[in-house]
Design a protein around this ligand. Structure first.
Ligand SMILES: C[C@@]1(CC(=O)O)c2cc3[nH]c(cc4nc(cc5[nH]c(cc(n2)[C@H]1CCC(=O)O)[C@@](C)(CC(=O)O)[C@@H]5CCC(=O)O)C(CC(=O)O)=C4CCC(=O)O)c(CCC(=O)O)c3CC(=O)O
Ligand SMILES: NC(=O)C1=CN([C@@H]2O[C@H](COP(=O)(O)OP(=O)(O)OC[C@H]3O[C@@H](n4cnc5c(N)ncnc54)[C@H](O)[C@@H]3O)[C@@H](O)[C@H]2O)C=CC1
Length: 301
């Protein structure tokens, strides 16, 4: 019997990347220095992660989006109407971000933050970043970040759009529903020593149900699935919903959307359906144009 060598058995280590994490910023104090468009982008990153955000920037420098966020939406927790002045402006924060058009001040802020052991990102200055931002996708609880390790930010953005087009429409709702089902399971089976069995059961449920099917789960259907736990049974969609001949002929919302508007998830070209409809429309248009021109010229002669 051939034995797999150890170096093939285990995941290969590829140094040179960054540590990609989902940093839990809730209630952490974040300082954002600057009020231009780049700062407005950082604001979304921080508030999407429930961070407690302080923006420091003279009001004369705020871009229109930043003014809206501060004055109308009120999504900024604290606004300080002044330029950065010194170390006392930074002390006490958990994270410092700068997006200012002043390289010298940015460098100073970076040095002080590092001396205080506060992680810092200076927009677009890699040596002054303890971490990089990435190109992001958000679908409810799902977050995807594309990083090129600073090599090609534009490529990160194009890769992000490729991934976006490949994602099932129902993926966010499917994850929400799985979250509810997992919480119900933890309530029903709270014992720590049941962890391994709980995890195996959840894996089997997630694998047995498609994203569309999970996304449309009702509370009653969840209870029915959970009722299989004691017997070690994983109810599949047909056990819970029955086999419907009509249902099997109706395309799911996801497949309908994808075939009409989607793109091939592998190579990213427009779907054959859309190309077909578009082609037919172009053909009809061109034929009508030729008929109209011929009519015009033959009546002119
Ligand atoms: C290292 C990093 C540090 C950081 O800022 O965190 C950094 C650094 C630099 N960016 C530069 C330029 C551009 N940045 C973008 C766009 C984005 N840049 C982002 C992140 C990062 N940028 C981090 C690494 C990300 C990674 O791993 O790839 C994104 C992903 C996230 C975000 O910023 O929120 C966001 C896309 C968001 C989206 O659309 O989804 C575009 C394209 C565009 O605007 O369309 C251009 C012009 C094209 C080009 O230059 O390639 C320059 C050169 C400045 C100069 O030449 O003067 C530097 C400095 C350098 O490379 O030395
Ligand atoms: N990621 C990207 O795609 C891009 C990144 N950048 C980088 O990000 C930086 C900011 O870009 P933008 O927002 O477009 O610049 P911007 O010029 O529109 O805004 C700069 C902001 O910084 C504020 N500011 C300047 N000095 C300050 C200080 N000492 N304290 C507090 N606030 C101060 C200004 O009032 C203004 O609100 C640029 O200098 C550049 O390095 C720039 C363009 C694109």
């Amino acid at each position: 019997m051939s034995k797999v060598p150890d170096h093939e058995k285990y995941t290969k280590i590829c140094p040179g990347g960054g540590l990609i994490l989902a940093w839990q910023l809730k209630d952490k104090k974040v300082l954002l220095v600057g009020g231009g468009n780049v700062a407005a982008g950082r604001l979304i990153n921080v508030k999407d992660a429930d961070g407690h955000l302080t923006v420091m920037c003279p009001s004369s420098g705020l871009c229109t989006e930043m003014k809206y966020r501060i004055n109308v939406e009120k999504s900024v927790d604290q606004y300080i109407d002044k330029s950065y002045e010194g170390p006392e402006d930074i002390a006490g924060y958990d994270l410092v971000l700068t997006a200012i058009d002043d390289a010298t001040t940015s460098r100073t802020i970076c040095q002080i933050a590092r001396s205080l052991k506060i992680p810092v990102n200076v927009a677009d200055v890699p040596p002054e970043c303890d971490f990089y931002f990435g190109s992001l996708i958000r679908r409810g609880p799902l977050q995807i970040m594309v990083s090129t390790g600073g090599k090609g930010p534009r490529i990160a953005a194009t890769t992000r759009s490729l991934i976006e087009r490949a994602l099932p429409v129902s993926i966010g709702s499917a994850i929400e529903k799985v979250g509810i089902l997992r919480a119900k399971l933890r309530e029903k089976v709270p014992e720590p020593n049941k962890g391994a069995r709980r995890m195996r059961w959840m894996i089997d449920v997630c694998d047995a149900w498609s994203f569309d099917e999970l996304a449309s789960l009702t509370p009653e259907e969840m209870d029915k699935i959970l009722s299989g736990w004691e017997a070690g049974k994983v109810y599949k969609p047909r056990d819970v919903r029955g086999i419907s001949v009509i249902r099997s002929f109706i395309p799911s919302k996801d497949s309908l959307y994808k075939s009409l508007f989607g793109t091939c998830p592998v190579v990213g070209y427009v779907s054959p359906w859309l190309a077909g409809i578009g082609g037919a429309a172009l053909g009809v248009g061109a034929t009508l144009a030729v008929i109209a021109l011929r009519t015009k010229y033959s009546s002119a002669r």
